[in-house]
Design a protein around this ligand. Structure first.
Ligand SMILES: Cc1cc2nc3c(=O)[nH]c(=O)nc-3n(C[C@H](O)[C@H](O)[C@H](O)COP(=O)(O)OP(=O)(O)OC[C@H]3O[C@@H](n4cnc5c(N)ncnc54)[C@H](O)[C@@H]3O)c2cc1C
Length: 457
């Protein structure tokens, strides 16, 4: 139970509407997309770093845990206030401070919505690489904390590849600055990459200097279908071992195809086993040369049907098939576990064939789709009831999937992170020694363990 004196202090420190403590007002700040919910006793907002410093210093002295929150779209409970945490929301700290196209950089506050930034950059014919599908709602701070990226990560990388420098407040209330404002720089340890993807356990991000790039003016969209997984995998490998790197390269499996066909009647031909949807980007003058190279590569392996979008209607049609998957899964009703594992692309065939066997063994329907170019596959386990989802059978099935992924040199999370939901599986991937080192590093940043305690590591 949070002592009333703390709320009194926060009300003195912050503007009146920056402190919530009525349960009805706090409710919406208790969950994220993991569906976990814990009602916080107090929600604070800050739009200046001095406020964040003062809040942390006070919480440090009084041993109050803090859960930092962007917009709560995370999938693993990272912004859910477990263990009696108060919530510190950064949604009001949302200014774009500088767009400097000459030096290919933008300086932003953490609460900026990704899409708002992309729209501002587009006016200058620039973009920031990371494009999570939640970009209309998620914040750049959340994207950086979770190292979140979307389809174009295959060519343009994740936040770790697209940040020049950061500013954050540590668990003692001190401000630290990392990185450079130049496109090269090797002075000191690379704290920028350490902080990026650290899921809010090392500090609270207050400013980011992002690496931005000029937009290409032309895109080509292609769909290829296959009779078997191994031809799809071969094509993905062929595409990734030649110089015209796809801008996006998405994959859907047999189960996904039958789901899509229920919504977009017979988008895929009968007996289609799998499909890829890819895009290339380039300048008008070169795009058709790039396209013909890509077609030559695709034709090297066995495929069923090749569709090149001729116009915007075709492009929308191809993407709407891929994008209809999530709503189709929702319409099925029932319950699902949505994993986001990744394996080296040379192991994709093995992964998908073995997942099929696991599905039969445990009698659980598994639907696979995702960012094939990164080997990052969303493995969706579907259940009819909550009991089935929580059953021993489902837990064993999930364990076997994780063991399979690790045996194929993969990772348990390609993009969603660990948060609370996956913490129990962390030691499958990270050995004891290395995990101990990570915990020691956290202690340097946050000696009293008040920032997102008991999450991530
Ligand atoms: C429909 C949908 C689609 C999605 N698609 C993708 C996708 O394509 N790719 C992908 O990677 N993810 C995806 N996600 C997951 C999610 O959107 C991302 O993890 C996103 O980056 C979270 O941003 P947020 O602002 O909502 O952060 P939150 O969920 O509020 O927080 C996420 C984590 O970041 C920490 N945090 C937030 N702000 C700060 C800060 N300023 N300083 C320190 N720590 C902070 C929080 O404590 C928490 O641990 C999707 C989610 C949904 C609901």
């Amino acid at each position: 139970m949070l002592d009333k004196k703390h709320i009194k202090y926060f009300k003195k420190l912050l503007p009146e509407d920056f402190v919530l403590h009525e349960p009805g007002d706090c409710w919406a700040y208790g969950y994220d997309n993991s569906k976990l919910h814990v009602l916080p006793e107090c929600v604070l907002f800050a739009n200046k770093k001095i406020q964040i410093q003062e809040i942390i210093k006070y919480c440090f002295t009084n041993n109050i845990p803090i859960t930092t929150r962007g917009r709560g779209t995370g999938n693993t409970g990272g912004s859910v206030p477990i263990d009696g945490s108060i919530v510190l929301s950064l949604e009001k700290m949302s200014q774009i401070l500088n767009i400097d196209t000459k030096n290919r950089l933008a300086v932003v506050q953490p609460g900026v919505i990704n899409k708002k930034l992309q729209d501002m950059l587009k006016e200058e014919n620039f973009f920031w690489g990371p494009d999570p599908s939640s970009q209309d709602y998620s914040t750049v701070g959340g994207n950086i904390a979770n190292n979140s990226a979307g389809p174009r990560a295959i060519k343009y990388g994740t936040p770790r590849d697209n940040i020049l420098g950061l500013e954050f407040v540590s668990g003692t209330g001190e401000i630290y600055k990392t990185g450079v404002r130049t496109s090269k720089g090797v002075v000191g340890l690379d704290l920028t990459r350490l902080f990026t993807g650290s899921e809010g356990v090392l500090g609270i991000l207050t400013e980011a200097t992002l690496k931005i790039l000029p937009l290409n003016n032309s895109i080509k969209t292609i769909e290829v279908t296959f009779d078997d997984i191994s031809s799809a995998s071969k094509t993905i490998i062929n595409l990734m071992t030649q110089p015209v790197t796809p801008y996006k390269l998405e994959f859907v499996d047999k189960q996904s195809i039958s789901l899509i066909n229920t919504i977009k009647t017979n988008h895929y031909e009968k007996n289609t086993n799998s499909a890829i949807l890819l895009e290339i980007d380039g300048e008008n003058e070169y795009i058709n040369i790039m396209l013909s190279k890509i077609i030559t590569v695709i034709k090297k392996s066995k495929f069923k049907k090749l569709t090149i979008a001729e116009n915007q209607i075709d492009i929308n049609n191809l993407w709407s098939a891929r994008k209809s998957l999530s709503p189709a899964l929702r319409e099925l009703g029932g319950y699902k576990i949505n994993e986001d594992i990744a394996v080296p692309i040379s192991n994709l065939t093995d992964l998908l064939e073995k997942l099929e066997k696991i599905s039969i063994k445990y009698n659980i329907k598994i639907v696979n789709f995702g960012h094939a170019g990164n080997g990052n596959i969303h493995v969706n386990l579907l259940f009819n009831t909550e009991e089935e989802k929580k059953s021993e059978n489902s837990i064993k099935c999930l364990e076997e999937i994780f063991d399979l992924v690790l045996s194929l040199d993969g990772t348990l999370s390609g993009e969603h992170g660990i948060g609370v939901i996956k913490k129990q599986y962390l030691n499958k991937e990270i050995d004891k020694n290395t995990l101990t080192l990570m915990k020691k590093i956290k202690k340097q940043f946050d000696p009293k363990n008040i920032l997102n305690p008991n999450k991530s590591i």
